[in-house]
Design a protein around this ligand. Structure first.
Ligand SMILES: C[S@@+](CC[C@H](N)C(=O)[O-])C[C@H]1O[C@@H](n2cnc3c(N)ncnc32)[C@H](O)[C@@H]1O
Length: 327
């Protein structure tokens, strides 16, 4: 198949390939070919390459590599995958670059490789990234039969929580009213609506709410999912006593939103409360905070105390499933 290629004498081949790679212009899905003393290097952007090189249409073979990153590197790198974006967590930039190149050249078919450049931060819980291969940080991620469009540079999303989200979603019954107070792009809200619940998802982040609406549409639940942009403490005023179920996935500060949760709660309401606590007493502070906010208007029954994952040395990310019964 004809694709745009930079044509150079073979003697200049390696130097040219390196320049093109630095500019992220090498089309890794086609083979580099030698013919009649010239090297043909497939490129992703003919116009950009033409500014410096001779670009021609050339019949380059599609690449079918079975190589894995470990074959090139000699060790198995640690990475996470979100759609066709591969995520690294490397402190050493040279090592990150080496791993990113090995992943891009491998059978993993990554379109973009990024390295974590900051912690998750601020109210919107978004991270900064170094983009090492490719350009776009927007991708489509699939989880338990739902698909989510999202841009990791604009919104929070962790694929590590998939099992935990599924555990919660499986408890949802048809026709119940579920309010996700910190909905992000919808990984709780969308599958809850798919199970037949009437769902409201709220988020402060404009971009997350745009993706939430789009993801409701992609998954065919836009009729059952209302997306609200804003501070959930204000949004709660429009949904007083409304919810049969509340999801509170803002682990560092969910306690500050328990008053809003109590306003949202109906006669009987299940609360999924996420928290980060020390391993010595991972559940006590959350239970105390919930009781302080809900009693005496509600009786509080603790149904599940669950460690979701280790968060930091001696710290756990935990979930409390609690039912509130109006007195
Ligand atoms: C840890 S993320 C969870 C997102 C989603 N539930 C998930 O599992 O991917 C927390 C979300 O809460 C949102 N948020 C923070 N403060 C908020 C507030 N006062 N009202 C509504 N949303 C808020 C952030 O923008 C972020 O998207």
């Amino acid at each position: 198949m004809n694709v745009p290629c930079v044509r150079v004498p073979t003697s200049e081949g390696e130097a040219t390939r390196r320049v093109l790679a630095e500019r992220d212009l090498v089309d890794r899905s086609h083979e580099i070919t030698v013919r009649d003393g010239s090297l043909y290097i497939p490129v992703t952007d003919a116009a950009a390459a033409r500014a410096e090189f001779d670009v021609v249409e050339f019949d380059a073979a599609a690449r079918e590599t079975q190589t894995m990153p470990a074959d090139v590197l000699g060790f198995d790198p640690t990475y996470e995958r979100l759609g066709d974006v591969v995520i690294l967590d490397e402190d050493d930039p040279d090592r990150a670059r080496e791993i990113a190149d090995a992943i891009a050249d491998s059978a993993l078919r990554a379109r973009t490789v990024v390295n974590r450049a900051s912690k998750v931060k601020g109210e919107l819980r978004v991270r900064e990234w170094d983009v090492l291969v490719g350009e776009s940080t927007e991708t489509v991620h699939r989880e338990y039969g739902c698909e989510f469009l999202l841009d990791i540079a604009q919104v929070y999303f962790s694929p590590r929580l998939a099992t935990e989200r599924h555990r919660v979603v499986e408890q949802v019954g048809e026709g119940e009213r579920a309010f996700d107070m910190f909905a992000g792009v919808g990984p709780f809200a969308v599958p809850m609506a798919k199970r037949g619940a009437e769902v409201v998802g709220c988020d402060l982040n404009d971009a997350a709410v745009d993706y939430l609406r789009e993801n409701a549409r992609r998954n065919g639940v836009e009729e059952r999912l209302t997306a609200v942009q804003g501070d959930v403490r204000e949004a709660a005023a429009d949904y007083e006593d409304w919810a049969d179920r509340l999801v509170m996935n803002l682990p560092h500060s969910a306690d500050e939103f328990l008053d809003a949760a109590v306003r949202l709660a109906g006669e009987e309401c299940v609360l999924h409360y996420y928290d980060i606590q020390h391993e010595d007493d991972p559940f006590g502070p959350g239970i105390d905070a919930i009781r302080a906010a809900a009693e005496p208007a509600y009786d509080v029954r603790v149904d599940t105390e669950r460690v979701v994952r280790s968060y930091a040395p001696h710290e756990y990310n935990v979930c409390l499933d609690v039912t509130l019964f109006a007195r």
